[in-house]
Design a protein around this ligand. Sequence first.
Ligand code: SF4
Length: 536
Amino acid sequence: NEVIETDILIVGGGPAGLSCAIKLSQIFKTWEKKPEITVIEKAREFGSHQLSGAVFDPVSLNELLPNYKNLNPPLETLVAEEKVYYLTENDKFQLPIPPFLSNHDNYVISLSRLTRWLAEIAEKEGIMLIPDTPGDDLLLDDKGGVCGIVTKEKGIDKNGQRRSNYQEGIHFKAKVVILSEGTLGSLTRKAIKKYNLDAFRQPQIFATGVKELWKSAKPLKPGQVIHTLGYPLSSSEFGGAFLYTYQDNKFCIGLVIGLDYSNPYTDIHYQLQNLKRHPKMAGFFEGGELLEYGAKTIPEGGLLSVPKLYGDGFLILGDSGGLVNLMKLKGIHLAIKSGLLAAETVAEAFNVGDFSSEILKHYEVLVKNSFIWKELKLSRSFRCGFTFGPAIGLLNAGLSYMLGGFSPITFQLEAGYTHMKNKRNFTVVERYFDEKITFNKLTDVYYSQAIHEENSPSHLVIKDPSTCITKCKEEYGNPCENFCPANVYEYIKDKSEYIHINFSNCVHCKTCDIMDPYQVIEWVVPESGGPSYKNL
Ligand code: SF4
């Protein structure tokens, strides 16, 4: 295998990884011997796998780049107006805005654009940025610590044979590896498992969010932030919706659902279509044009699920470490802050020439002394409260916020897929789409611009396919057809019975890996490809 040596390897070029790289470069400016920083990213372009709501708190960006306003950042839309509604099937009721949802001085942004902008800054700093390079495995040194990673081999055909363009995985060797791969990062998972980093923690729990970007036919005031509870979700489902307006009469709509629902027919993509049909929402879409579509998962466990964030030779940042403030519906500012704290720790490690956990553990101390931990503490019972429905959830959120995060409703939650119930308890809902305001999944996938090399092995591995057509079909009716927001899984019955995997459609959200009730689906990194988000 080709070997590339670098000093610091950052795996994942999202806001956490790129902020860490830029901060390191700033610190090294005055150093005589500057360590080399390399960022690898699985997307073909930096930013094209990045999706978020997103209302952005610039607090950490300001710390990284105090002059950011002069650097032409993609932050055109300041929040101008905020509303929270409870939706019934046909009506809406305005609710008071809880203090933790207040977005004064925040921006409505596109995370894919913010990431591209950070990548440009990193490039100008002379940092080595390598896209289209997914990390596949960890490299270990003689003492069992992390000393690098192996990238995914390329040029394997769907039968597992080498094609003429075959390339072995590259061995990137580094003194320290920074894992900032986003939700359920492949290497982060391996590190957590190998080093038992989640011992005595609540299992991480997740939500899936789907989002569409639209151009309105009518003029829209930029900076409107609308959050909703209620319809189309049932009272037993955790989640909510958002609608944000940008410049040029563009707006986005999104729906998030906790991945601990019980109904195997739940289809978040279809629920988003139902939301757009709602009498109080449909007006936004009439005559408008769909521009983009995407999906992602969000770690929701908060403080109780954060794993140990370091080990010999490595650190874990941002969403990979579950650093998301669910109560504020925000994680980007925490991701950036974790990148800055990791940079401080790594610089100290280079100063003393020691990359063992003895030095790198300082990162976790910094995280715990920063506003990251303060926010996570304040919101630690938020998710637990909503297991009793939205009314108790909101009441608990308000009370615990006033009590500095304390709440008697703080307990460990089980992994979400364990809540799925037998299909006989539910009815199948017939789906319909008008292809003007509401679209079927395949049409929406087209707007994600997801693509994978068709003649390569599927990166979605069903470890025991017989389970799908026996137990899973009987018990849950193959819920993979419903929970995948990109129409990847298809039950086929012709001469034989099987689940066909349209892996080319995959938008890398990882819902299937999380929500499969038998846990037989594994999302592994593909050699290349994925969605191509421009403004999500
Ligand atoms: Fe998401 Fe899995 Fe569907 Fe890909 S196959 S889009 S990771 S649910």
